[in-house]
Ligand binder design. Structure first.
Ligand code: BES
Ligand code: MN
Ligand code: MN
Length: 458
């Protein structure tokens, strides 16, 4: 590796932070229509960055939703082509009053950068932008061919991305996909993540009557949709945390004994984990450890419920409607469409005829798992060793990046998850943050990664 590249990274830390702060200042909340203009501005800003660092063919490409930003550099004949994927959109910031500093004003406290998007995913995608910049500016070249796509709809389920990938197959052709949008096992414990869970998300609406009713005059005569909702939801799991939807576990790939042994070897402190979450007691599927439950077992979760009177004081009312958002995290080899159908059938079965039921399918995504002995994963291991001075451990993750399965099926390309976040960085929550050591080491590791991948001949 050309030492000028690493020197350049080490002397440009302050500028990286200033640029990331500007990037974060654009409130690119994909879920909220009032931010549509910010989404465009953020795409333009991303594209300007890609041009500035020396990528070619940089474009903001329209989709039916928020635009995709593309750029490439394809002047390394014989070297592998790496497709870098990331997302410039972020989650909404509510509850705003729980933020210690304003979400779009990046603020450093104790060597951590606090802001929405700091770890998910602006800070993480930025490590590749800066590592590419370091190579191009110091050597005029890259050891790999690079393609970059940063999308603006990941946090809303990437509704237009599969179609986009199918329509741009040639432009996206690559040997490997590299994504930094996940967490390391712990601070000082870098990791290679070889599995992600999938997702199937629903809204359930119940209606009991045409309008709210006086609970004295009508209580006893009609079903109460808020109560029926609680009954319906309680049918989804038993007390041991097993999902009761018939057929739900049919396609689950069971953990292997060696894998369970590997998980046990990881430096996981159950008590610290519980305390860090502020939970009185951990709870999950019986027969499985916490890491097994979150990484390798499917779940059913209630994401939100709405119904009836929730204001101050008391109001005697029977609400006309009740609503819940629910989702299931899936593991290999569960299929989101098949699970969705099983769920719909089951909800219909357990909902009494005394209420009207509407079930709406929202987004979904396939689970994913990769072989850890491929050449690209080995290259990533060496890059992490050089950037973080420590060998990575192998982990799976409970979160979902649905496009990873699409890259495999449409582009026939494996993915390396090169995540430099941490599990306690409050992604999707107030006071999201990014550890700055990991940010800078991530840029260095990423710079090494290109040399390691570049050395693989096709
Ligand atoms: N970066 C996360 C995914 C993630 C989280 C990977 C934790 C590994 C560990 C991503 O931005 C995300 O939030 N994905 C959504 C996907 C959904 C909207 C389809 C998720 O997991 O809920
Ligand atoms: Mn993300
Ligand atoms: Mn996210």
């Amino acid at each position: 590796m050309n030492s000028a590249v690493i020197d350049f990274i080490n002397t440009n830390r302050d500028r990286y932070l200033e640029e990331l702060t500007q990037y974060i200042a654009i409130p690119s909340v994909s879920a909220l229509p009032e931010h549509a203009g910010d989404m465009r501005r953020c795409a333009e800003w991303t594209a300007e960055q890609l041009k500035t660092i020396g990528l070619q063919n940089v474009r903001v490409i329209e989709t039916p939703g928020h635009p995709v930003v593309y750029g490439d550099w394809l002047n390394a004949p014989g070297a592998p082509t790496v497709l870098f994927y990331g997302h410039y959109d972020v989650q909404p910031v509510d509850p705003l009053d729980q933020w210690i500093s304003p979400p779009f004003e990046a603020t450093v406290r104790d060597n951590e950068l606090f802001a929405r998007g700091a770890t998910d995913d602006k800070g993480q995608l930025f490590i590749h932008v800066k590592a590419l910049e370091a190579h191009l500016s110091q050597t005029g070249t890259l050891p790999i061919n690079a393609r970059v796509i940063f999308e603006g709809e990941e946090e809303i389920g990437s509704p237009n991305l599969d179609q986009f990938i199918r329509e741009h197959k040639d432009e996206l052709s690559c040997d490997v996909v590299v994504i930094s949008d996940s967490a390391m096992f712990d601070k000082g414990v870098p990791s290679i993540c070889y599995g992600l869970r999938g997702l199937s998300y629903f809204q359930i609406d119940l209606r009991g009557t045409s309008t709210d009713l006086h609970s004295g005059s009508f209580g006893g005569a009609v079903a109460n949709p808020a109560f029926v909702l609680a009954q319906v939801l309680s049918q989804m799991k038993d007390r041991g945390g097993h999902v009761k939807i018939p057929g739900f576990y049919d396609d689950v790939r069971e953990l292997t004994e060696p894998e369970r042994e590997e998980f046990k070897r990881l430096p996981f402190n159950q008590k610290q984990y519980r305390k860090g979450l502020g939970a009185p007691k951990l709870h999950g599927e019986t027969g499985y450890s916490t890491l097994e439950r979150t990484w390798a077992r499917p779940t059913f979760e209630v994401n939100g419920v709405l119904g009836g009177f929730t204001g101050e004081g008391a109001k005697t009312v029977i609400p006309a409607t009740a609503m819940a958002k629910v989702s299931m995290r899936l593991v290999p080899n569960q299929d989101p469409d098949k699970i969705a159908a099983l769920f719909e059938e089951y909800v219909k079965k357990v909902t009494p005829k005394s209420v009207e039921l509407k079930v709406t399918r929202m987004h979904g995504g396939k689970p994913w798992m990769t072989e850890i002995d491929n050449a690209f994963v080995k290259a990533a291991v060496r890059a992490i060793e050089q950037g973080f001075n420590r060998s990575p451990v192998y982990t799976r993750e409970g979160g979902s990046i649905p496009v990873v399965a699409t890259f495999q099926s449409e582009l026939n390309a494996p993915t390396v998850l090169f995540g430099v976040g941490l599990p306690d960085e409050n992604a999707h929550a107030p006071n999201e943050k990014l550890d700055l050591d990991n940010f800078y080491n991530g840029i260095i590791a990423s710079a090494y990664l290109y040399n390691e991948i570049g050395a693989i001949r096709k």
